[in-house]
Design a protein around this ligand. Structure first.
Ligand code: PRP
Length: 219
C-alpha cells in the first residue's frame, strides 16, 4: 500500500507541523533537510515511509486534498474560511493561532456616517460575509499582500486581515475595530480517502491529537 500523502502549507505553519510530526514519533530528517525537493518521506525508511509530505502554497493544499491526490492536508482556518471546499476538517492542531479582524487608522470611526466604505483585504469572501452579517454595503478591493498599506495610501477606509501579535497594525498607525473570528491550523481529509483508508487516517489523526492535547496541557 502506498504511504498516505499529506499536503503541508509552506512557511508559517511548516515548522510547527514538522515539530508535531516529530513529537508524535515520526522521523522528519528528510523534511528538515529538504533542499529543493517537494515530496518528502516522513517516518520509517525512505523506501517505505509512514507518510509522504508535499510542501505547497496554502490554497493548493485545499486543491490537492479536494482532488484526492493528497489524502490529508494541514492548512490555516483562514484559508478554509476564504476558499471553502469539499473536505473534512478533522482536527484543530492548536498552533498558527491568530484571528481575522476589521482594522482602521487609529482614531477614525469606521461605523459613523452614511457614505459607503471601502475595505481592502486578501480575504474578500470573509470580508463580504462579515459585512453582510451587519447588513452593511461595503466596497471590497482585493489586495495580495501588505494590506495595511491600503488605508495609508488612501485606497481604503479599513482592512479585513489576519492579526497575530498586532505589531504590523501598531507600527502603521492602525487599530482593531472589531474581531471577526479565531484562526488556527487544521488537519483536513479527502472524503473518499476517509472511507477507503479510514483505519490508517484515524490512527495518524489519533497520534497527532494525543500530541496536540499534551501541548495544550503544558500551556
Ligand atoms: C500577515 C497579515 C499581517 C501580519 C499580521 O501577513 O497579513 O500583515 O501577518 O501579523 P502581526 O499581527 O503579528 O503583525 P504575512 O506575514 O502572512 O504576510 P503577507 O502580507 O505577505 O501575507
Amino acid at each position: 500500500m502506498k504511504p498516505l500523502r499529506m499536503a503541508l502549507t509552506k512557511g508559517r505553519l511548516e515548522k510547527s507541523t514538522v515539530g508535531l510530526l516529530e513529537h508524535s514519533g515520526m522521523d522528519c530528517t528528510a523534511l528538515r533537510e529538504k533542499g529543493r525537493r517537494l515530496i518528502l518521506p516522513v517516518g520509517g525508511p525512505e523506501s517505505s515511509p509512514e507518510l509522504e509530505v508535499v510542501l505547497s502554497k496554502a490554497p493548493d493544499v485545499l486543491t490537492y486534498v479536494e482532488h484526492g491526490v493528497c489524502e490529508l492536508g494541514v492548512v490555516g482556518k483562514d484559508v478554509i474560511q476564504e476558499h471553502g471546499g469539499r473536505f473534512f476538517e478533522i482536527l484543530d492542531l492548536g498552533f498558527g493561532k491568530c484571528g481575522f479582524a476589521l482594522a482602521c487608522p487609529k482614531g477614525t470611526d469606521f461605523f459613523s456616517g452614511y457614505q459607503s466604505k471601502t475595505i481592502a483585504t486578501k480575504y474578500p469572501n470573509v470580508a463580504r460575509r462579515f459585512f453582510e452579517s451587519k447588513a452593511m454595503d461595503v466596497r471590497i478591493i482585493k489586495i495580495e499582500g501588505s494590506v495595511e498599506l491600503a488605508p495609508l495610501l488612501g485606497l481604503a477606509d479599513g482592512i479585513v486581515d489576519i492579526v497575530e501579535t498586532g505589531a504590523t497594525l501598531r507600527e502603521n498607525g492602525l487599530e482593531v475595530v472589531e474581531s471577526i473570528s479565531e484562526i488556527s491550523a487544521r488537519l483536513i481529509v479527502n472524503p473518499a480517502a476517509m472511507k477507503l483508508r479510514k483505519q490508517e487516517i484515524e490512527a495518524l489523526a489519533g497520534r497527532l491529537e494525543t500530541q496536540v492535547q499534551k501541548e495544550e496541557e503544558k500551556v
